[in-house]
Design a protein around this ligand. Structure first.
Ligand code: AMP
Length: 113
């Protein structure tokens, strides 16, 4: 299967505004931001979606949440923020590489569309 756009970002084949990287994950600004702050946090392991998370990925999943917490502090989202993970067609997932959307710096309505 062809590499996803996120795998190409991980491989440095296409550019991204990277805000964080470590051995197991990367975070970069969304190319089409839906809020003044819109960052995507992805595991380096090519997990397609929530449905493909393995039991052994539990520490990695926990790590992603700690990265979200740290980024929210660094990006000064002290008024609040939202983390979204789309899954599958009806969930609105477009890129088949697991990613957490971190959205902030504006009031976000509920329910989502
Ligand atoms: P999803 O609909 O949850 O799969 O979200 C995919 C997200 O990836 C969308 O918000 C896109 O704007 C974003 N996106 C697609 N291509 C790129 C790219 N090259 N760099 C940064 N974000 C991207």
């Amino acid at each position: 299967m062809a590499d996803t756009v996120f795998q190409k970002i991980l491989n440095r084949e296409i550019p991204a505004k990277i805000v964080y990287e470590d051995a197991s994950c990367m975070a970069f600004h969304d190319v089409a931001p839906q809020a003044p702050t819109h960052v995507l946090i992805i595991p380096k392991k090519p997990i397609e979606s929530i449905d493909q998370i393995a039991d052994e990925d539990a520490p990695l999943m926990g790590h992603l949440w700690l990265v979200v917490r740290n980024l929210a502090q660094e990006l000064q989202l002290d008024k609040g923020y939202r983390v979204v993970v789309n899954c599958g067609d009806q969930g609105g997932q477009v890129v088949d590489h697991l990613h957490l959307h971190l959205l902030g710096d504006r009031a976000l309505s509920w329910p989502p569309g």
